[in-house]
Design a protein around this ligand. Structure first.
Ligand code: NAD
Length: 414
């Protein structure tokens, strides 16, 4: 099922890296399993007067390299397995990027699209109080994910600060007016475009007029589309939950943003043919950028992918079975832990600015983001060439090596 992500899927990449790095079994077990999993009941008085009990999770995977860091997802299908998988992915992502964080993730099983602002605020404040003993600027720093946003983070910061004193650094992704960082909103899309710029050079692909299909036109998809079209790419197809649009001559992204803002969907944008999400994934193009749900490219459709390069802007959009098929078919893919790490990188900048009480301007944010993204890319690409492995294999080798080293340096139980 698209969207769901079992822990085993992420563990497969981890196992590959451990085998190759010859990590001892006892350390492998220690690093693979999460440090802590908290399940909390969150009762909320709904607008209709009834009491509803929601279930929330916070999974802290590993903190050997720094405080836990990871988003909070509000989704009807958020469950412990998925939150656990995403928490471990954060451990590898922060390690690969060289950020001084570990990995965590949270989630509440709810449908935020049918809840009022009052209900959402109540849910968020109660959830924050329920997990407040394990989060904090030096413990675990939540951020937005699917179904949550800057407003959710403002409520979390407020609820935490009521108990612990003014603590802007407890969450990232806040509104700029109360300590958020400029450039955070577009950071993930900007990071995707920086990685595509670097990879296209190394893979001998020209960006000018290269044909790109993007699944998802939310935060990540829309900013990625905007930056790539500024870089000269031709965006030939875009979709969202309601369907997709196609134009072989290229789509005007600024006009599409206006249309989607008014219509609530990309569907119906003038001058384009309609395509389904499944058809978009199978389009013949230079680059395919899944930027919506996880597991959208799986064993059933991987042999229909006709892009030269798949760039994982969403978290885990390619299942392990699909990854093997793409690899056999010589279709390169840039893994999520590198491609979409711009968001957590600017989250790190936000945390630094909050701790120092010293805000940066946009120029500095973008410059430092570019530097960190390109450094991580170069580390990955060097190993791709040197060891004749894929981008995914290289990224996991670097990340797992760093985390294992930190765990060993901390000292194992004697
Ligand atoms: P978003 O909620 O802003 O946008 C999601 C987009 O996906 C929307 O256009 C929505 O219509 C579309 N979508 C939803 N269900 C779909 C379906 N069944 N088929 C096709 N499209 C569908 O979310 P986002 O912040 O853009 O996140 C997208 C992905 O990127 C997620 O996997 C998220 O975990 C990952 N990600 C986001 C960030 C970030 O900074 N926002 C950072 C790293 C990774």
């Amino acid at each position: 099922m698209p969207g769901s992500l079992p822990f085993e899927a992420v563990t497969q990449d981890f196992n590959y890296a451990c085998d190759r790095l010859k990590v001892r079994d006892e350390i492998r077990e220690l690093v693979r399993t999460p440090d802590r999993e908290l399940r909390v009941e969150v009762p909320v008085r709904m607008d209709n007067g009834g009491l509803k009990v929601f279930i929330g999770y916070r999974v802290q995977h590993n903190s050997a390299r720094g405080p836990y860091k990871g988003g909070i997802r509000y989704h009807p299908e958020a469950d412990l397995g998925e939150v656990r998988a995403l928490a471990s992915l954060m451990t590898w992502k922060t390690a690969l990027m060289g950020l001084p964080f570990g990995g965590s993730k949270g989630g509440i099983q709810c449908d935020p699209t049918v809840m009022s602002q009052r209900e959402l605020q109540e849910l968020t404040r109660r959830f924050t109080r329920a997990i407040s003993s394990i989060i904090g600027p030096d413990r675990d720093i939540p951020a937005p994910d699917m179904g949550t946003g800057a407003q959710t983070m403002a409520w979390m910061m407020s609820a935490y600060s009521e108990e612990h004193g003014y603590s802007p650094a407890v969450v990232t992704g806040k509104p700029v007016e109360i300590g958020g960082s400029v450039g955070r909103e577009e950071a993930t899309g900007r990071g995707v475009s920086i990685i595509i710029g670097a990879a296209s050079k190394d893979l001998g692909m020209s960006l000018q007029n290269s044909e790109v299909a993007i699944q998802g036109f939310g935060n990540v998809g829309s900013w990625t589309a905007k930056f790539l079209s500024q870089m000269g790419c031709k965006i030939i197809a875009i979709s969202d939950v309601k369907g997709g649009i196609y134009n072989s001559r290229g789509i005007d992204i600024n006009a599409l943003l206006k249309h989607a803002g008014e219509a609530g969907t990309v569907v119906g944008f003038p001058g384009c043919d309609r395509v389904s999400n499944e058809e978009l994934l199978a389009l013949k193009c230079d680059m395919l950028v899944p930027a919506a749900l996880g597991s959208v490219i799986d064993g059933s459709n991987a042999d229909r992918i006709h892009a030269k390069l798949v760039v994982e802007a969403a978290n885990h959009p390619v299942t392990p079975a699909a990854y093997e098929i793409l690899k056999q078919r010589n279709i390169q893919s840039i893994p999520d832990l590198l491609a979409n790490a711009g968001g957590v990188t600017v989250s790190y900048f936000e945390w630094v600015q909050n701790i120092q009480r010293f805000p940066w301007d946009m120029g500095r944010v973008n410059l430092e983001l570019q530097e960190i993204m390109l450094k991580a890319y170069q580390n990955v690409y060097s190993r791709v060439i040197l060891e004749k492995i894929t981008f995914r294999e290289s990224a996991f080798l670097i990340a797992v090596e760093r985390v294992v080293r930190a765990v060993e340096l901390e000292g194992l139980p004697q």
